[in-house]
Design a binder for this molecule. Structure first.
Ligand code: SAH
Length: 239
């Protein structure tokens, strides 16, 4: 069933122009068809009662648990081209709550090429569409770009830096996850194509980040984010 993020006023659903077009013209929805709508993190089962004008009514609230039990922040170094699009989409599907983009000693993408409103708009569209597709109740927040000196501004109770220099010491990741308490906020920091400089790892450690291994192999930056978030979400949702 299709899911949209929209406004709900009383028992009326107000879709954005774009979503209304998608529902009626692309998906060719029919009168009487049901869709899911999320408003302020609450999912509703809704029904299309009229197509012209498009009228959608709330049927009932949906009981579901889609979000991870803990808030997870991915701090991801700027990486080239559509690899970052890929990370934003996959991190959303896996359940991340916040994404902070960061420049490091070895990021090759120039920060000013990131901050354009066109690019930010595209990133927000990726996050929104991935949240709809994965039937989430939230769209991840994308925060403004920071550099490593601002790392301490990211609030988290448990801080992990995926450091390729730890490769092979996989016990470290599990140890870093062990004993996570409910409500603990977790931040995972992943480096760029060129990796982290040793001095950066030291600075991250000084801010409370624990260096961990993501296995015996050296993963691409985009793979590392997905791997780390997958292991973390599996750990958090284990029964
Ligand atoms: N170019 C570097 C690797 C960079 S990989 C080299 O060849 O050594 C990009 C990022 O992915 C790293 O900064 C790190 O955050 C993460 N990463 C990749 N493989 C990892 C591993 N085995 N353990 C921990 N982190 C890893």
């Amino acid at each position: 069933m299709q899911r949209y993020f929209a406004s709900v006023i009383g028992n009326n659903v107000l879709l954005s122009e774009e979503d209304a077009f998608h529902l009626t013209k692309v998906m060719r929805a029919r009168k009487g068809e049901e869709i899911e709508v999320v408003n302020e993190d609450i999912p509703y089962l809704c029904k299309i009662t009229e197509l012209k004008p498009l009228t959608i009514k709330v049927v009932e609230k949906i009981k579901e648990k889609r979000e991870l039990p803990n808030d997870v922040t991915l701090i991801c170094a700027l990486i080239k081209g559509d690899k970052l699009d890929f990370v934003l989409q996959k991190a959303t599907e896996i359940g991340v709550k916040e994404i902070v983009l960061i420049t490091t000693d070895r990021t090759v993408v120039k920060p000013n090429s990131f901050n354009t409103s066109k690019k930010l708009e595209r990133y927000h569209k990726i996050l929104r569409e991935a949240s709809m597709q994965s039937h989430r109740n939230k769209i991840p927040e994308l925060y403004r770009l920071i550099d490593m000196s601002k790392l301490s501004t990211v609030r988290a109770d448990r801080k992990i830096i995926a450091y390729e220099g730890e490769a092979g010491n996989t016990k470290s990741f599990w140890d870093a996850l062990k004993g996570i308490q409910p409500k603990e906020k977790i931040a995972i920091l992943v480096g760029p194509e060129g990796g982290f400089s040793p001095i950066e790892v030291k600075k991250a450690q000084a801010s409370g980040y624990v260096p961990v291994s993501l296995g015996n192999r050296i993963l691409r930056a985009e793979t590392a984010s997905i791997y780390a978030l997958s292991v973390l979400s599996c750990y958090l949702e284990r029964k």
